[in-house]
Design a protein around this ligand. Structure first.
Ligand code: 2P0
Length: 341
């Protein structure tokens, strides 16, 4: 038996990923840029059981103390199949995951979930992958997980299977305030909503063209340390994504009146001289980008509009424990950024 435990955090895109160029390889239609959070870690342990192998055997997946038996188990098993094919193993695994995102906080758990799973599973199956290769692997579990491997401020490149990975980029100090205004379930999951947007939104081709341009602008703004430009690009790109999604048929609208109220409050903060910029993912909750010195003031200004949680810029996924033959030493994780290929 070999076992490995990894920790990963969620990330929030400053330039969004919305749409795949190739669903089977999980290749995005455009690049994207994100900030990793330092709150809500997911801790995942993968134990490879050599005594349980072959087609007739099953993996198990326990999430927050409950055995999972629905579609989430299928997604985990498919991901482990990929790891097994890379490792040349048919041994089944037990996956035990603790996800600390409060229920309904509006943050996707698939980013931290698949980043932690990729890191732990690779180690447990004896694969010693670079950070770059781990991000490629995490991509196959969930697109946004690609960016949770490096953490910090990261770019996820569009490209082919080899070229589509995430890596850290230099950026000025930043913070976020998560404003949860609705803890209910989303009307439609992002994977299906992406498919419908591509198939039916007349705005989608423009989204791809403009977002490709915005990634370049964002990288330049980050390199220049220009927080104002980073914030302006972030808010603009989020609204462009929502406009593109709203153009689908039947339409999909994630932002509610209460979401828009947070965007309004953020605009008022800016008018009062506080640099803050709003973004939102595939749901009604809003995340506000600001600078570390302003985060407490932003959180207190927005407290009446929802539950607020502050976050700094978080670390990348890391291996915290590994035991058994062939597992990497957690002392050297996270792996280097260089490709092993
Ligand atoms: C993002 N989102 O860039 C965008 C913005 C949601 C809105 O990545 O199908 O759960 O697993 O690749 O990663 C959510 O999409 O989708 C997402 P899959 P994922 O963060």
């Amino acid at each position: 038996m070999t076992t490995a435990t990894a920790v990963a955090h969620p990330n929030i895109a400053l330039v969004k990923y919305w749409g795949k160029a190739d669903a089977s390889l999980a290749l995005p239609a455009t690049g994207s840029v994100s900030m990793g959070l330092d709150v809500f870690p997911t801790t995942t342990t993968v134990t490879v059981d050599d005594g349980v192998a072959g087609r007739e055997a099953w993996d198990t997946f326990t999430l927050n103390g409950h055995l999972v038996e629905d579609g989430a188990l299928v997604r985990v098993e498919q991901f482990l199949d990929l790891v097994r094919s890379l490792a040349g193993s048919s041994a089944r695994a037990h996956v035990v995951s603790e996800n600390t995102v409060p229920t309904g906080a509006g943050l996707a758990s698939s980013a931290s979930g698949f980043a932690a799973l990729a890191t732990a599973a690779a180690a447990a199956y004896g694969l010693d992958l670079s950070q770059r290769d781990l991000s490629r692997l995490a991509r196959r579990g969930s697109g946004s997980a690609t960016r949770s491997i490096p953490g910090g401020v990261a770019v996820w490149h569009a490209g082919d299977d080899h070229g589509s990975y995430a890596e850290p980029i230099p950026a000025p100090p930043m913070a976020m305030v998560v404003v949860t205004i609705d803890a209910g379930p989303k009307p439609i999951g992002s994977r299906e909503a992406m498919r419908r947007t591509i198939a039916t939104s007349p705005f989608y081709p423009s989204w791809v063209t403009s977002t490709t341009e915005t990634v370049g602008d964002m990288l330049a703004a980050c390199a220049a340390g220009d927080f104002t430009r980073i914030g302006e690009l972030t808010e603009s790109n989020a609204l462009r994504m929502h406009a593109t999604i709203e153009g689908a048929f039947p339409p999909i609208r994630y932002l509610t009146a209460r979401s828009v109220a947070v965007f309004d409050a953020v605009a008022e903060l800016r008018a009062a001289g506080v640099e803050a910029y709003a973004t939102a993912d595939a749901g009604p909750n809003v995340v506000v980008l600001t600078q570390p010195a302003d985060r407490a003031a932003v959180a207190s200004a927005l407290a009446g509009l929802g539950d607020v949680i502050e976050s700094g810029t978080g670390p990348g996924a890391r291996l915290v424990r590994s035991e058994g033959p062939g597992t990497p030493d957690p002392g050297v994780a996270p792996a280097t950024q260089e490709s092993t290929e």
